[in-house]
Design a protein. Structure first.
Length: 287
């Protein structure tokens, strides 16, 4: 493994997950692991992490001082990086043997590849490539007209000196959507990403915000709404894109409401639209 590589993990009030993730990275020979603590709990979590790795100089813990959100937390960590090759990995993900070496080999094999990412093992299901439909606001497992490939933000090795986007993530996305925006910017600039299907990470998924929770529903809806402005520059076409996407989001919320037997997905979409327009300030807390 290259000594030029480092890992970056963003923590939010789940130190046991972060400690397990960091230990797994160290076992695979990662020379530097940086943890950005977004917990905003008066230093309690930060102190636990520092104590857990007090005798290991490979681990560096940075207290963000506030809950910046995932995108801003990553960008903060990248400003303190020691390498141009950074493995971004969620704290609820555990890499299987050989993941990091395989991702690094993919970057070394093709100089025009700027991001390599593995498959995910989530709830017993193996997930590979993912595409986002620009008009219908849905994630898909195969390429269709109107889609573009998205790196899996759960785990990816980025060669920052090859990425034509800075900062890496758009910080208007507090949580969810930042990897889709990144995928779009890379797609428009002809930058390549590579899915390495021979390796995977075990992913708990939605550990900070439980799937179906008020926070999850609101933040995913808000991400899709904010993406309408990212995916089109021309004002006239942006309005058409936003109208089509909002119709799809209403249908999505209706389906989720029926499945959950709750009106909350519809309520969350309404709140998200208000936040996107600046009518509603503040957001529901993670749960």
């Amino acid at each position: 493994m290259s000594a030029r590589l480092q890992a970056l993990v963003v923590e939010y009030r789940s130190p046991h997950r972060t400690i397990a993730c960091v230990k797994a990275l160290l076992e695979q020979g990662v020379p530097v692991v940086q943890v950005v603590d977004n917990s905003a709990d008066d230093g309690v979590t930060c102190a636990l992490l520092i104590s857990a790795f007090a005798d290991d100089g490979r681990v560096r813990v940075l207290d963000a001082g506030a809950n910046l959100g995932f995108a801003a937390g990553v960008n903060l960590g990248l400003r303190h990086r020691v390498s141009e090759r950074v493995l971004l990995i969620n704290n609820d993900a555990l890499p299987n043997a050989g993941v990091i070496a395989a991702l690094e080999a993919a970057l070394n094999a093709e100089q025009d590849v700027c991001i390599a990412f593995p498959s995910l093992l989530h709830d017993g299901q193996r997930l590979g490539q993912v595409y986002y439909h620009r008009w219908f606001a849905i994630l898909m497992s195969c390429r269709w007209p109107g889609t573009f490939e998205v790196p899996r933000g759960c785990c990816m090795l980025a060669a920052l000196d090859r990425i034509p986007v800075a900062p890496l993530f758009d910080e208007q996305f507090f949580m969810y959507g930042e990897e889709i925006a990144l995928g779009w910017h890379l797609h428009r600039r002809g930058a390549r990403i590579s899915h390495v299907d021979t390796v995977w990470v075990d992913h708990e998924g939605s550990a900070t915000a439980k799937r179906g929770s008020p926070f999850y529903e609101e933040r995913t809806a808000l991400a899709h709404l904010l993406l309408s402005n990212v995916l089109e520059n021309k004002v006239s076409e942006r309005r058409i894109l936003a109208a089509v996407r909002f119709t799809m989001l209403v249908l999505r919320a209706l389906v989720r409401s029926l499945r959950q037997r709750s009106f909350f997905p519809l309520f969350a979409l309404r709140r998200a639209r208000g936040i996107a327009r600046g009518v509603i300030t503040g957001a529901l807390p993670p749960s």
